[in-house]
Write a protein that binds this ligand. Structure first.
Ligand code: DLL
Length: 445
């Protein structure tokens, strides 16, 4: 049996943790130094960055203060798609030790790469977040973020491993087994998407197991928006203290920012990621305290430095210092985006991907509607497809075959299971101007 004793003194002096409390002046100096090195690396090694900066007449030497970052052009998801798969890499592939991928806006994913040092930084920022939220090396952690190309599973895994915790790398799915292992393995901590945990709670109840009576103390949730109401609901029902972790594949994956014990916004690990808030319309930088689109630059990434990435996430940088004393700034929890990306059970889905899938299946684009719902505490995605007269058939078999073809094509592109419902011609709402393709009936607490 592991000892549950935790030596606070020992862990406070961990060098990574001390970085959260660096004197502000020193932090800004470090950021500037790293920003300059990153801009130089990107300019010298990545043709897209060089071309964009040349077009604006900006040279790496022009970055003299942190404010000069505003001179640097933005990067967008489309840039990662257009340079698929390795066009933004700044090092030789022989130095890349890991690839991950996330949904692009069409059929192709976007690809990200890491050097050995990038992997160490990634694990260290997550470890700092875990420590800040009270997770300890004595924890037995059930990690139900998906393992694979998604950054969630393996990323969080690396953070817990760096912490020295015992990891149960169960990944997502097989819900009854999740409940069984949680009980049998004496799990004390969880990591995963909050929406999937609601499903686990439901199944546990059906199995007659009370999660409250198991030894789980803490959960690290993220990868999708979840409200304070949802946190209260989970905490009241299970007694588990829940924390929020933020990140995105383009920047590193989970661990760009994380809450601390105060749970009053997410601290950005500013020594590795530089946050800005811009007006999503004018793209002008906004002062701390004002809400806008979060823009992030990497400060230490070598395999794939990213300059001023437009995350599409809406938030604000808090003006005040957190009660915990950390000098790294916080962003408000994220509830919405400026684009049409849907996050379904932690997986990013764009309506345009569904269009690609429909086109691929039948070579024409029928009218369609995406309906999101919550059934048995699990979020579902239904694609209602209006069959055209040419597709219509009196034979049940032919219609079932058509349904299967659409379903397979969509699932292949999205990587999540969907429900396909074929509808009569002219039965779905027609667009009047901007098509409203998504009906979100999900229960949000
Ligand atoms: O979701 C990385 C991650 C994995 C974060 C595990 C936290 C935990 P992507 O698949 O690239 O990466 O999706 C990134 O997900 O731009 C946000 O819109 C959303 N998102 C991520 N974390 C949160 C969060 C991972 N804590 C996109 N709250 C981001 C709200 C979040 N939205």
């Amino acid at each position: 049996m592991r000892s549950t004793a935790w030596n606070d003194e020992e862990n406070k002096v961990l060098p990574e943790m001390a970085l959260d409390f660096m004197p502000e002046e020193q932090l800004r100096e470090l950021q500037l130094q790293r920003l300059r090195a990153t801009v130089k690396l990107a300019y010298e090694k990545v043709p897209l960055f060089r071309q964009r900066m040349d077009e604006k007449g900006v040279k790496p030497e022009d970055i003299k203060t942190l404010k000069d970052i505003a001179k640097v052009p933005f990067t967008m998801k489309k840039d990662l798609r257009d340079t698929y798969p390795y066009g933004l890499f700044a090092v030789d592939l022989s130095e890349v030790v890991r690839l991950h991928a996330s949904s692009g806006t069409t059929g192709k994913p976007i690809v990200v790469g890491y050097t050995k040092e990038d992997m160490e930084v990634w694990a260290s920022v997550i470890k700092r977040g875990l420590l800040a939220c009270g997770f300890r090396s004595t924890d037995i952690v059930q990690n139900f973020f998906g393992y694979g190309l998604f950054t969630g599973g393996l990323g969080i895994h690396g953070g817990f491993e760096a912490l020295g915790a015992t990891i149960v790398p169960i990944s997502g799915g097989n819900t009854e087994r999740q409940v069984m292992l949680m009980k049998d393995f004496g799990v004390t901590a969880l990591a995963g998407t909050p929406s999937y945990f609601l499903r686990i709670m439901d199944v546990a109840e059906k199995m007659g197991i009370s999660i409250r009576d198991l030894g789980v103390k803490r959960a690290m949730f993220g990868a999708e928006p979840w409200s304070d109401g949802m946190r209260d609901y989970i905490e009241e029902k299970t007694g588990i203290k829940c924390y929020d972790i933020y990140g995105l594949s383009e920047i590193v994956g989970p661990g760009v920012g994380c809450e601390c014990e105060c749970r009053d916004g997410m601290h950005i690990f500013e020594d590795h990621f530089y946050p800005e808030i811009v007006d999503p319309e004018t793209l002008e930088p906004l002062p701390d305290g004002e809400e806008g689109e979060l823009v992030l630059s990497t400060l230490s990434k070598r395999a794939m430095p990213i300059l001023r990435y437009r995350t599409r996430d809406i938030t604000a940088i808090e003006k005040t210092r957190c009660k915990c004393g950390r000098t790294i700034r916080r962003i408000r929890r994220i509830g919405r985006r400026t684009d049409d990306m849907i996050i379904l059970r932690g997986v990013n889905v764009f309506p345009s991907q569904i269009e690609t899938a429909l086109l691929r299946a039948e070579k024409i684009l029928p009218n369609y509607l995406i309906v999101l719902d919550t059934k048995n505490n699990m979020d579902t995605l239904e694609v209602k497809i209006e069959v055209t007269r040419e597709m219509m058939s009196d034979s049940m078999g032919a219609m079932e075959k058509l349904n299967k073809k659409f379903k397979q094509s969509i699932e292949q592109i999205l990587g999540v299971s969907v429900i396909v419902t074929l509808c009569e011609p002219d039965s779905l709402p027609k667009s009047e101007g901007k098509a409203k393709r998504v009906l979100d009936n999900r229960k949000r607490m």
